[in-house]
Design a protein. Structure first.
Lengths: 232, 258, 249
């Protein structure tokens, strides 16, 4: 994967560019709110139900609502078929993505209730959790759920010494690390942070700045999608 | 909801439907076979507001020992809780299993794919064909949407490239060779409301119905799968009439497949 | 006064800063953080003096005292009925909320309201522990028989009803259709024919889609005028529907 050296990447992007991003809000009619996000070839569809009554009742929290995010990959979304159902990986991503958007929600407004977010990955080409979070945030805002901010998500990597935003396809394998973040742009807070790889603390500092810059741009696309949906 | 059920029944008794359709009329059907690139074949189908997506993946595996020269076809349908407020996350419901089974019967057990042509090396390696249907939005008649999506996805599916060891080469572009599709099953579902049969029921009509009948047909107009559900029975006349409509409507729907 | 960062009727999304000043107060669907006032929901900004609020464009129904709602009876219990109103919390209609004396030991309560019945009731109380009580004491309250049910966006109900019922009254006048819109986003209607009902549903959908447009009332009136529907003389039993004229926008 030496081809990625220099200023241009396999797909012609500059290091700081995220992939072609397309967001559409209100794509499903049963769900209270919904969104479809395409980041390059990765496609996520999110649907929000609620706040609604939580079952089973014993799981109700009398203080606040419970946010449950369920991330699943369509069996045909990847090169090799994925078995349907929740995998360990799916459970972990569901949990961290759920926490990433939960930080933005006024859960106290709905004691005992549940807010259910379902994200189906229709096509996976790296960065599925960031696409899932971007879709979930738009779907929640579309559903009229009270939030203190939007949540915008992107990953940053480092390939041959260059920091690159929004790893795509095989870049993920070539990168020295994969650092996805979720970010509340108005609050300036990071609500998801994961990393695996080998980086210095200087690397981390620079990568976080780069990720925040990209997330702020993604936020603009999210807002536009909502505007288009409601003011058509 | 009693009010709604009574409304649907009252209309049906006058041969009318809430959305103005005739008893044997489908809602608007669309088929998009280019929603994603990674699957070997894919189709996004809408019937009215009902929306499902089907994808075909091909892999290489061992044949069953009693059928050493035949490929393996497997189909599955998932009721994702994204599709309806009435669905809860959890193991597949009985309805989900039935839906998948009826799609499977239409495609696999009816021999829609020539499995002999899916043999790579007899007794050792054959193609495994997986057809998976995901439900995105349920506004009634998932059965026909799922069956049509599965057929459309199979119809457009192409083989991936094999490497020297006869395994799928994940990095090479797919070939242009199409799957050995013999016919493309399309199903029509009828729900019995009062003593009337309603083709392509909406959610409200499904709820007001007492029984249902799904009939899948082939390109040549023969039937390839039938499933009866619900509490009450059908007369032979009703079944024959439903079969007749299925053949006619199936032909129309098949025009949406290229 | 400090300057607003957004104008009246501007589209806003959650987290958007509306003003950076203590001179303004956060109203409905807004919150304060530091010196700023921020939007809490996707919607349109509404400035009323020093109070900033957001008119939400979507959302589930949250019960409030005195709301008129259309609910479905889900269960008949010994002391009343469990009613689904589309909120995160189930509502309860106690025996004491029904006119007349009912002895549960002697009366089959399911004969009064059975499972699956749709009722038009009033939210009597919402407790701090989210228990929601309904009563049928208001004179419009009743059980529906006949007609049909359509779901609408609860956030758009005020627009469908209009200022002191102006919009919904206009629809009824032009179509002769009997229409009841529950604050919880459930609509009941019964017209001369399914065709008239379909038209009314279509009109209501248009109101929901264009709720943000100014001058919507005249646009809807035009739509109603051009429909060609000639309502039969109004029946005298229309008194039931008068109630939703009291709705405020």
């Amino acid at each position: 994967m030496k081809k990625v050296i220099g200023m241009k990447r396999n797909d012609g992007r500059k290091p700081e560019d995220f992939r072609e991003l397309e967001i559409e809000a209100g794509v499903l009619e049963n769900a209270t709110g919904s969104a479809r996000v395409r980041m390059g070839r990765t496609i996520a569809v999110a649907g929000v139900y609620g706040p609604r009554e939580m079952f089973p009742r014993r799981l109700q929290n009398p203080e606040k609502a419970t946010l449950q995010l369920r991330y699943t990959m369509a069996p045909f979304s990847t090169d090799e078929r994925v078995r349907p159902g929740l995998s360990r990986r799916g459970k972990e991503i569901s949990m961290v993505s759920g926490k990433a958007v939960e930080a933005a929600i006024f859960l106290d407004d709905f004691p005992k209730a549940s807010i259910d977010v379902f994200v189906d990955i229709i096509q996976a080409d790296a960065g599925t959790r960031t696409a899932a979070i971007n879709a979930a945030a738009v779907a929640l805002a579309d559903a009229g759920v009270p939030m203190r901010d939007m949540v915008s998500s992107v990953a940053v990597g480092k390939i041959d010494g260059t920091y690159v935003v929004d790893l795509a396809g095989k870049e993920e394998d070539a990168s020295a690390c994969d650092l996805p973040i979720a970010y509340m742009p108005n609050q300036d807070k990071i609500t998801l942070l994961q990393m695996d790889g080998d980086i210095s603390k200087e690397d981390l500092k620079k990568m976080l700045e780069l990720a925040k810059d990209a997330a702020r741009k993604i936020h603009k696309v999210q807002v536009e999608a909502l505007k288009k949906r409601w003011l058509k | 909801m009693k009010v709604q059920d009574e409304f649907v029944r009252k209309l049906a008794s006058q041969d009318k439907r809430a959305d103005g359709r005739k008893m044997d009329e489908m809602r608007k059907v669309t088929v998009d076979t280019k929603p994603i690139e990674k699957a070997e074949g894919c189709a996004l189908v809408t019937i009215g507001k009902t929306k499902v997506i089907a994808g075909v993946k091909l892999g290489v595996g061992e044949p069953f020992s009693d059928r050493p020269d035949e490929g393996v076809l497997m189909s599955n349908a998932e009721f994702s809780p994204i599709a309806s407020p009435e669905l809860e996350p959890g193991p597949p419901s009985i309805e989900s299993v039935e839906l998948a089974r009826v799609v499977d019967r239409g495609i696999r057990e009816s021999g829609a794919i020539d499995v002999k042509k899916l043999c790579i090396k007899k007794g050792e390696k054959v193609w495994m064909v997986y057809v998976d249907v995901n439900i995105l939005d349920d506004f009634g008649n998932l059965q026909d949407a799922a069956a049509l999506a599965a057929s459309a996805a199979l119809d457009t599916a192409v083989f991936p490239k094999l490497d020297k060891e006869n395994n799928v080469d994940l990095y090479a572009p797919k070939t242009k060779n199409k799957l050995p599709v013999k016919f493309r099953p399309v199903s029509c579902s009828f729900h019995k409301v009062g003593d009337k049969l309603l083709l392509d029921p909406t959610k409200d009509e499904e709820k007001a119905a007492s029984a249902r009948l799904t009939i899948a047909t082939r390109d040549d107009g023969n039937l390839c799968a039938i499933q009866k559900g619900g509490d009450v029975g059908f007369t032979a006349d009703e079944i024959n009439k439903a079969a007749e409509i299925s053949v006619k409507v199936g032909k129309e729907m098949r025009k949406l497949l290229k | 006064m400090d300057k607003l960062l957004k104008n009246e009727r501007d589209f806003v999304t959650p987290g958007e800063k509306l003003v950076d000043s203590m001179e303004f107060l956060p109203g409905r669907n807004c919150f304060r953080e530091g010196n700023g006032v921020f939007a809490k929901k996707t919607g349109l900004l509404h400035v009323s003096g020093r109070v900033l609020s957001v008119i939400a464009l979507n959302g589930i129904y949250m019960p409030q005292r005195d709301d008129m709602i259309i609910g479905e009876v889900k269960d008949v219990q010994s002391n009343g009925w469990v009613v689904e109103v589309g909120a995160p919390y189930q509502a309860y209609l106690p025996l004491s909320g029904v006119r007349g004396y009912l002895d549960s030991a002697k009366t089959d309560l399911s004969k009064v309201y059975g499972v699956g019945d749709m009722i038009y009731g009033k939210i009597k109380m919402v407790s701090s522990t989210q228990s929601v009580h309904i009563s049928m004491f208001d004179r419009m309250c009743r059980k529906f028989s006949g007609g049909r049910i359509v779901a609408v966006n609860p956030a758009k109900v005020p627009r469908i009803i209009g200022k002191s019922g102006s919009m919904i009254d206009m629809i009824k006048r032009y179509t002769g259709c009997r229409v009841v819109v529950g604050q919880n986003g459930v609509m009941w209607l019964e017209g001369e024919s399914p065709k008239v009902e379909d038209f009314v549903i279509n009109v209501v959908e248009t109101i929901q889609e264009k709720s943000h447009v100014e001058g919507l009332t005249s646009e809807i009136e035009k739509m109603l005028k051009n429909s060609g529907i000639k309502p039969a003389v109004q029946k005298s039993d229309e008194k039931h529907e008068e109630g939703d004229r009291n709705e405020k926008e």
